[in-house]
Write a protein that binds this ligand. Structure first.
Ligand code: SF4
Length: 323
């Protein structure tokens, strides 16, 4: 199935779901099996600071929100990476809010010590200067996550008032130039998101040649301005995006940590994870945040993720090979 134009993407986004489910989704899964051997990639994950200077209108950790703040020291992040490695993880994903006071030198020290363990490292700490991305690359960081969130300039500028679309796209280009792989993507079905904008989002991911699509349906975070404008995004529209991305980019990694219809289990919902794996997604994350802090890394409400046992169970139930 060749998908290159906006019209073709829109046609698939508009198919009756039953038809999409019986034609496009099996084709996406078949392609993944054929090209990638049906592996389920597991990664350790740690949100090491929930402090953020930005005020994205959809985020529960935006500056000024009531969430209790924390920072995890470099020593403790490195200790978590050691544990992850001992448990058999080969990948680590470190994420934080845009927290300048964490200290750039501390970040560099953290990267050095984790790379010394030989782990594949993906980093998501926001916008930096090009030379800083270059330093991350030189230190061995394989992948940097910087989402464009929405390809519509006007919407981006409204929902992300602490930066702007041009600045974000320049940072994204700087990541690519640095030599690190770029992970990027959108939020699916936020209030006001149109199918035409969603098609543009998908085409932008293709154009940017991303390595990983950390995509997710919109999930409102209590007390945020965007939560006033509308409720959760459609998980089935999100599944359509996953299958279309898989068909357009057989090599891309796609987050399978997805919610199901019941939001109480957050992103570790069996239904949500299995539907995503079946539609061509291939990555699950084990959360290394101490239990007492999990609720505080609240970009969205109820951001439940689970550990290795859950990932093993998902591999078994989906018939995929865990790596
Ligand atoms: S989405 Fe990220 S950058 Fe925006 S407020 Fe939340 S943590 Fe900060």
């Amino acid at each position: 199935m060749k998908i290159t134009t906006k019209e073709e993407v829109l046609e698939l986004l508009s198919l009756p779901y039953e038809e999409f489910e019986t034609t496009v989704i099996p084709e996406a899964k078949r392609l993944y099996r054929e090209q990638r051997g049906d592996v389920l990639i597991s990664s350790a994950m740690l949100g090491f600071s929930n402090i953020c200077k930005n005020r994205c209108l959809y985020c529960g950790m935006r500056a000024g929100s009531a969430v209790e703040r924390y920072r995890i020291s470099v020593e403790d992040v490195v200790a978590a990476a050691h544990t992850a490695q001992e448990m058999g993880f080969r990948r680590m994903f470190l994420i934080s809010g845009e927290d300048p006071k964490y200290g750039y030198e501390n970040l560099v020290r953290m990267i050095r010590e984790i790379k010394a363990l030989g782990l594949h490292l993906s980093l998501a700490c926001g916008e930096f200067f090009p030379e800083q991305y270059e330093e991350f690359a030189a230190l061995g960081v394989e992948e940097y996550v910087l989402k464009f969130e929405m390809s519509d300039r006007e919407t981006f500028n409204r929902l992300n008032p602490s930066t702007d679309f041009d600045k974000r796209m320049k940072s994204i280009e700087a990541v690519k130039k640095s030599g690190m792989k770029l992970a990027s993507g959108n939020i699916v079905d936020y209030p006001g998101h149109t199918l035409s904008q969603l098609a543009d989002d998908i085409l932008l991911m293709k154009e940017l040649e991303i390595s990983w699509a950390p995509v997710i349906p919109y999930l409102p975070a209590k007390g945020t301005p965007l939560a006033e404008e509308g409720g959760r995004g459609d998980i089935f529209l999100n599944l359509r995006e996953i299958a279309i991305l898989r068909l357009m980019m057989p090599e891309v990694n796609i987050t399978a940590q997805q919610p199901g219809r019941d939001l109480t289990k957050g992103l570790a919902d069996d239904e949500g994870n299995l539907l995503a794996l079946n539609a061509g997604a291939n990555m699950l994350f084990a959360d290394f945040l101490p239990d007492a802090l999990v609720g505080n890394f609240s970009v969205i409400d109820n951001r439940v993720t689970l550990g290795l046992d859950h990932i093993r169970e998902m591999a078994e139930r989906s018939g995929m090979t865990l790596v």
